[in-house]
Design a protein around this ligand. Structure first.
Ligand SMILES: [Zn+2]
Length: 439
């Protein structure tokens, strides 16, 4: 079968045929093989039928305008760039005047993209991208025109899968996916999977969106559905999003997020000193940030782990006194300071459950009286646990279940059909049970 006549196709169909042809073409690239090619689709045929829109994405006619693309460099400004094209200082001033209320042309930051259009070798227009999907047009062809524009973002559904052999990150990037996908996936399964101790053979499947501005990849959209097998247990996540709820749920409507207790006590305790970026330290007698909440509680009051997690520290350490630290997931971590002592079995590396007693209030280290200094970190940044919007763990409301079921029906089969990118058999069993690095 030969395709000789030009076929008029538009848009994505053309792109797909082009890709298909290139693939077929390259697989028959050697001389003796060429004869055997049962599908002699020539690339020339394809080239003839690619219809380019008359105007480019910024509205300039192809073939009439030429352009050059640049990145804003350090210390570059509108003035410096425009002077390079012999635009007079007066005209640059006019641009800045006219841009007022439309765009802030003095906000150029290194790394931003810009384009200069030329007509008959003369610069006629400047396109500046404060964001990949947003741009400002400064056009001086016919008077001065300054406008904001937007490149529509396309969402493309993609799939990925892999078997962990070193880290999630390597598994994802090694297959040519964006490393942002690794972070997204780690966030979805933050409470189910300990990404700091992945094992050979753990594997994942994911259906997600990628965002494109024109042809340019501008980031990951939502993870729609995913599966993660960790230590022999399979976890599934389906993205639910309507006016009432937004989050990831398993096939039974259970939230994948676990909650954290608002405070590490069974009964409420008085706060004696709040979280503050700057407070007067009673012992050091100078202003220091206080990245925690102090609870004045009697010595010996049991202290509870605010969420499931792994103890990463349980020891006496300087001014902190006896300290316990718990890593709850890839982003949340809590610390408990000045303890009188540790609860039995609490030491580095052990698992704790929400509500489990980990130690007792004391005044070890730098402390004027018995109290607990309780600290919370999100991605290693201290946050005010009292004011923080902590993750909610409520399962999906019964009334919303049919909607979740429709989502599950749509993605479950896709997940099942997704082949794992590598073979499980390739895993080296001898290094199993080794903790793996975090994503
Ligand atoms: Zn404190």
């Amino acid at each position: 079968m030969q395709i000789r006549n030009p076929i008029i196709l538009v848009g994505i169909g053309v792109a797909m045929i082009l890709i298909a042809c290139v693939t077929i073409g390259t697989s028959y690239i050697t001389a003796e093989e060429t004869i055997k090619n049962p599908y002699p689709v020539t690339l020339e045929t394809v080239n003839e039928i690619i219809p380019l829109p008359a105007k480019d994405r910024y509205g300039y006619e192809r073939g009439i305008f030429e352009y050059q693309d640049y990145e804003v460099k350090r210390n570059e400004s509108l003035y410096i760039i425009m002077r390079r094209y012999d635009i007079s200082p007066q005209d640059i001033y006019k641009m800045q005047q006219k841009a007022e209320g439309v765009a802030n042309l003095s906000r150029m930051v290194p790394g931003q993209q810009y384009r200069i259009y030329f007509k008959d070798d003369k610069p006629v227009s400047f396109i500046w991208h404060p964001e990949l999907t947003q741009y400002v047009t400064v056009d001086w062809r016919d008077g001065l025109r300054i406008e904001n524009g937007e490149i529509p973002v396309r969402f493309v559904t993609k799939e990925a899968s892999g078997i962990i052999q070193s880290s999630l990150y390597e598994s994802i990037v090694g297959q040519g996916h964006s490393h942002f996908l690794g972070s997204e996936l780690a966030a979805v399964f933050a409470w189910q999977v300990d990404f700091f101790s992945l094992r050979n053979g753990d594997h994942f499947k994911v259906i997600y969106e990628e965002r494109y501005a024109g042809d340019e990849f501008v980031g990951i959209g939502d993870v729609k559905a995913a599966e993660f097998q960790h230590r022999g247990q399979t976890h599934r996540a389906f993205f639910f999003n309507n006016d009432e709820r937004r989050g990831y749920f398993d096939e039974n409507g259970n939230s994948l997020e676990k909650d954290l207790l608002k405070a590490p006590f069974r009964y409420s305790q008085r706060i004696s000193s709040s979280f503050s970026r700057s407070r007067f330290h009673p012992i050091l007698r100078r202003n220091r940030p206080h990245y925690g909440t102090d609870y004045a509680a009697p010595t010996g009051t049991p202290i509870l782990a605010v969420g499931d997690g792994i103890v990463t520290e349980a020891q006496r350490r300087g001014g902190n006194g006896n300290i316990v630290q718990i890593r709850h997931n890839g982003s949340y971590r809590t610390a408990y300071l000045h303890l009188n002592g540790f609860a039995p079995g609490i030491r580095k590396g052990v698992k704790v459950e929400q509500g489990q007693v980990i130690g007792y209030v004391g005044q070890t280290g730098l402390a004027t009286g018995p109290h607990l200094c309780y600290r919370m970190y999100v991605n290693d940044q201290p946050i005010n646990s009292v004011k923080a919007d902590l993750p909610a763990s409520d399962s999906l409301e019964e009334a919303l279940m049919p909607e979740l079921q429709r989502i599950i029906d749509r993605y479950q089969g896709l997940l099942e059909n997704l082949q794992l990118a590598e073979k499980v058999a390739e895993i080296d069993e001898s290094v199993d049970n080794q903790p793996k690095t975090a994503p």
